[in-house]
Design a protein around this ligand. Structure first.
Ligand SMILES: Cc1ncc(COP(=O)(O)O)c(C=O)c1O
Length: 451
């Protein structure tokens, strides 16, 4: 096993963020954290960070956020010196752990060479290397990339590609899907109507949504009703929608429906990619019935912490953009930002040479069977386990109210965990793939203690 990744059995305090929680203040957050949260409340748009009183109004759970001061491996420290264990990997991002030493070293080298590039005008070395490396790692003919900074950028690029490649503009996506908050990505996300409703006047056409894993004949009827479809966009495992999976045969059937109608198939693997759900990506694996889409979106765990994303397609669909004649019709100031590309190359090195995927698979198996066991022992509290690999959801009896109470109890005891699902009906576990068995089992013991 790599010396760059802690073994699953690493004892607490072995360094690299493998420690158990230590709460040193009477309440969480402590006074230093509270002072910072108050300062933020004065200067940040109030819609961004929920404060205790407003949260209590809507959910009945009064909880102020903790402030992150430092994060290494699976540990996070707040300004009061409380140490937490992060069961979310920061929204599934810190795949190799927070501030992974190899990622930091590669990014530092890059920062010393050049921090910024010039988008579409003059490519940087790291961007070129990453474009080639992604093509080498992805299945089928997924060989040509459009880089972005966050996941929404990748989704937007995939939608634009589909429109150009098919000369159609109707998108079909899934109920419960989440693809991002920028206007195009929001317009195809089903996750919550409340996210879209205020901006309806600004958005173009929305997607038509079909049930995730639903009856294929009914989906065929939706595809055939109305204008021809440009693309079907789907998450192989729904992330924010609550770690929901669908059978391999469903993905095969969906791919067949697309093929028969000349519609593209897009996999949004922003959450599942880079080993989160087991393999490098779900595309092409048995869990997807071997289906390789026309376009794949990547982000989050791609860099283990730096904003970089990618929409990768076959040369056939990417050709629809035409050759740039000097002014690209799709770009951004930070396209292929060098530190993000260097970080992604470092994560690929961790995968190729240091067993990051194997480490994640071992953790995912441990998560799966320990969650099943917890669920079986407490049917009064938990009604099922969802997900795949190190991307798991635990269905909570009592719905969102109970989920939030459990999240709050966990935070007070030093474990960061979030609810997931369109109704907040599950606890979501997407830890760093480097989390130790000791940290994980301590988290479940703490959760059990709350029941
Ligand atoms: C599957 C999926 N797609 C897209 C996004 C949007 O990514 P970002 O928040 O980086 O824009 C997310 C974010 O959670 C996601 O889970």
């Amino acid at each position: 096993m790599s010396t760059l990744l802690p073994p699953l059995s690493a004892p607490p305090a072995a360094g690299l963020g493998t420690e158990l929680p230590a709460i040193v203040t009477a309440s969480v957050p402590g006074p230093a954290g509270m002072a910072l949260v108050d300062l933020l409340a004065a200067h940040e748009c109030p819609a961004i960070t929920a404060r205790r009183a407003r949260r209590a109004e809507s959910t009945g759970v009064d909880q102020d956020p903790i402030v992150w001061e430092r994060a290494i491996g699976s540990n996070v420290w707040d300004p009061d010196g409380n140490r937490f264990v992060d069961l979310t990997a920061g929204f599934g991002v810190a795949s190799a752990g927070h501030a992974n030493t190899h990622v930091v070293a590669r990014v530092t080298e890059q920062l010393q060479r050049h921090v910024h590039g010039m988008g579409d005008a003059f490519p940087g070395v790291a961007r070129i290397q990453l474009a080639a490396a992604l093509a080498a790692h992805l299945p089928g003919a997924l060989d040509q990339v459009i880089f972005g900074s966050d996941g929404s950028d990748a989704v937007e690029a995939s939608l634009k590609t589909a429109v150009l490649a098919t000369s159609r503009s109707r998108i079909v996506a899934c109920e419960g899907s989440y693809h991002g908050m920028s206007l195009g990505a929001l317009g195809v996300s089903h996750y919550k109507d409340a996210f879209r409703a205020p901006f309806a006047g600004l958005m173009g056409r929305l997607a038509d949504w079909v049930p995730f894993g639903g009856d294929l004949d009914a989906i065929a009827e939706v595809l055939d009703a109305g204008e021809p479809v440009a693309a079907v966009l789907v998450e192989p495992v729904q992330g924010r929608g609550g770690e929901r999976t669908a059978p391999a045969a469903w993905f095969q059937g969906l791919a067949e429906l697309c093929r028969a109608r000349g519609a593209l198939l897009i996999f949004d693997e922003i959450f599942t990619g880079f080993g989160r759900a087991g393999p490098f990506v779900q595309a092409g694996t048995p869990a997807m019935g071997g289906v390789v889409p026309d376009l794949i979106c990547l982000g989050k765990g791609m860099s283990s912490g730096f904003p970089v994303s990618a929409c990768v397609g076959t040369p056939e669909v990417m050709a629809a953009w035409g050759q740039s004649t000097g002014e690209a019709i799709h770009t951004s100031t930070f396209l292929g930002h060098p530190p993000g590309c260097a970080a992604a190359l470092a994560v690929l090195e961790l995968i190729d040479e240091h067993g990051l995927l194997e480490r994640g698979r071992a953790l995912g198996e441990l998560m799966g069977h320990t969650l099943e066991d917890l669920c079986a022992r407490h049917p009064e509290a938990f009604s099922g386990v969802r997900g795949r690999g190190a991307m798991r959801g635990l269905e909570v009896v009592g719905g969102v109210e109970r989920s939030l109470v459990l999240c709050r109890g966990m935070l007070a005891r030093g474990f960061i965990v979030l609810p997931a699902g369109t109704r907040g009906e599950a606890l979501s576990f997407t830890p760093p793939l480097t989390m130790t068995a000791g940290q994980w089992t301590a988290a479940l013991a703490t959760l059990e203690g709350l029941l």
